[in-house]
Ligand binder design. Structure first.
Ligand SMILES: Nc1ncnc2c1ncn2[C@@H]1O[C@H](COP(=O)(O)OP(=O)(O)O)[C@@H](O)[C@H]1O
Ligand SMILES: O=C(CO)[C@@H](O)[C@H](O)COP(=O)(O)O
Length: 465
């Protein structure tokens, strides 16, 4: 049996799956936690990857490995390949003012959407480089190469062979803000605009190309951004919209055409199969449930039970912008509770409002995807938050359509493993694994009143000052 491994280095943890390259059958798996915070020393990801690999029984017997990871994080290397400063993650909002300035300097949001498919917000790497140039000029001067979390981990797995060996893939390059998905080329002028010069950038290789070999001789795949990895892992079909509830909330679909949305709501990313992946991303998803459970002094299972113990939050609205927000672009916002009455001041109503508020922000994300013409025939719910019974049952009511939940799994790591199998096989398209995706369907009458109450409340927030 030929084995392949897939790695998901996500915001909260590192997950490794080892699968049969031909059938896709799961052979073994492992995971390890990442530190919290919005800036992280990449060494912590490398240590977690080592632990997760060990928990998965090692990689000495695999023929191929690919890494998918959280997108956008700025990893700066000096001329010796040493990390210059802790990586600024996708959910770090300190570069919000840089995003506004860059947007104006190029001539407005529409110009950026045309240039690179996305309008700068604090999440995009290009804004983090501008922040570095302005706030840490000494560190900026030491930067010899800039890469992303998955690029850096792939390079480490290859033995960190020199800056010229850095590679990335289309999906993650498309989240930098200096690579054009429609042209398939870096926009070095935008790198100049942000940083004032042009450090080494990873070479962008094709979806089934080889990024090198590991010490043990396994082929390294190109890797991917985690959402593109999930699309590969779910074996997404035309018309599928994937909604992922992890640290980030995302809604995305594969598309044959690049997206360009001057409103900034939709990111016109590339996917990991040679086409495109229009995507909307929020900063507040599963952690809204974690935080509400903490406030109520209960675990996630009890939070879910409480949320389902009342038929509605009865006008209580939780605006979920606890980390500020990316979509809509409100980096300085805070969360809020509106409509509180004596009779709704109960743990059950608060639990319900948290689930509904988080889902309403994702319903807005689905609407934004629809507004750029994304075909939608079914909605699939994945990510850690999709394990919550309350999320599964309330999502179809808030989204106003049936929701399918695939069997629990590590779909990002699975996508990376499928890419590794593709790289090993050298075939024209990725291998088809197994039967049709096993899903459970959830349906509920639509609750437009919940969306309306949320729409009336979502802008009523105070800034974090
Ligand atoms: N049963 C559950 N109910 C609600 N949330 C859950 C449940 N199980 C896991 N989660 C949430 O999933 C999140 C982690 O999901 P994951 O998709 O791995 O995130 P990331 O990819 O951002 O690291 C955590 O915030 C955790 O609270
Ligand atoms: O910024 C984005 C997508 O644009 C996020 O989706 C990150 O890629 C982090 O993903 P998770 O760790 O939450 O899965």
């Amino acid at each position: 049996m030929v084995l392949v491994a897939g790695i998901d280095s996500s915001t909260q943890s590192c997950k490794v799956v080892v699968r049969d390259a031909e059938s896709g059958a799961l052979v073994r798996e492992g995971r390890a936690s990442h530190p919290s915070g919005t800036e992280v020393d990449p060494a912590a990801w490398w240590a977690a990857l080592g632990q997760a690999v060990e928990a998965a029984g090692g990689l000495d017997d695999v023929a191929g490995v690919s890494v998918a990871a959280q997108q956008h994080g700025m990893v700066c290397l000096d001329a010796d390949g040493t990390v210059v400063r802790p990586a600024l993650l996708w959910n770090d909002t300190r570069s919000a003012a840089a995003a506004t300035a860059l947007t104006e300097e190029l001539g407005g949001p529409e110009k950026w959407a045309q240039a690179v498919g996305s309008v700068p917000v604090a999440s995009l790497t290009v804004t983090k480089l501008r922040w570095l140039a302005e706030h840490e000029p000494e560190n900026a001067a030491r930067v010899a190469a800039v890469c992303l979390p998955h690029d850096w981990l792939t390079w480490k797995l290859a033995g960190a062979p020199g800056l010229d060996a850095l590679v990335t893939d289309r999906s993650d390059a498309s989240g930098t803000g200096y690579w054009s998905p429609s042209a398939g080329e870096y926009r070095l002028d935008l790198l100049d605009l942000a940083l004032g010069r042009r450090p080494v950038l990873p070479r962008v290789i094709g979806p089934a190309d080889h990024a090198g070999v590991t010490k043990a001789g396994a082929v390294l795949g190109a890797g991917a951004g985690d959402n593109a990895g999930a699309a590969l892992g779910v074996q997404v079909e035309p018309g599928d919209v994937i909604v992922s509830i992890g640290t980030s909330g995302t809604a995305f679909a594969r598309s044959p055409h690049p997206a360009s949305d001057g409103s900034g709501l939709v990111n016109g990313f590339a996917d990991a199969e040679g086409t495109f992946l229009p995507l909307v991303c929020t900063l507040n998803a599963s952690r809204v449930l974690d935080a509400t459970a903490r406030m109520l002094g209960v675990d996630l299972a009890e939070l879910s039970r409480l949320a389902l113990s009342v038929p509605s939050a009865e006008g209580l609205v939780l605006v979920p912008y606890l980390e500020g927000e990316r979509t809509p672009n409100k980096p300085d916002s805070t969360g809020a509770l509106h409509g509180l009455r004596l009779d709704t001041a109960t743990p059950a109503h608060l639990a319900r409002a948290a689930v509904e508020g988080m889902l309403c922000s994702l319903a807005d994300a689905i609407d934004a995807l629809a507004a750029v013409g994304t075909p939608m025939s079914r909605v699939l719910l994945i990510g850690g938050g999709a394990q919550s019974p309350a999320v599964r049952e309330i999502a179809p009511a808030v989204f106003g359509c049936p929701v399918l939940v695939p069997a629990p799994g590590e779909y990002v790591a699975d996508g990376a493993a499928r890419q590794a199998a593709w790289a090993v096989a050298g075939s024209a398209s990725p291998p088809h694994w197994g039967e049709a995706l096993s899903v459970t369907g959830f349906e509920a009458p639509a609750t437009p009143d919940v969306r309306a109450a949320y729409a009336a409340a979502r802008d009523l927030t105070v800034s974090r000052g």
